[in-house]
Ligand binder design. Structure first.
Ligand SMILES: [Zn+2]
Length: 59
């Protein structure tokens, strides 16, 4: 019998990913500092709890 290898997502569960408001890419969100670091844009966005995050308009 052939063994079936299932690909599992090996993303760190401790790291949240939020869509970057600038490029729309998934960027790691640091809960501790409430900041979103987008490697693509090379920016670090601090997201306060009360700040409305502008997400792409949902269809
Ligand atoms: Zn970005």
């Amino acid at each position: 019998m052939r063994a079936v290898t299932t690909t599992t997502r090996s993303e760190a569960r401790t790291m949240l990913h939020v869509d970057c408001p600038m490029c729309g890419d998934a960027a790691p969100y640091d809960e501790a500092s409430e900041a979103l670091s987008c490697e693509r844009c090379g920016v670090r966005l601090e997201l306060a709890a009360e700040t409305d995050v502008q997400l792409p308009a949902a269809a």
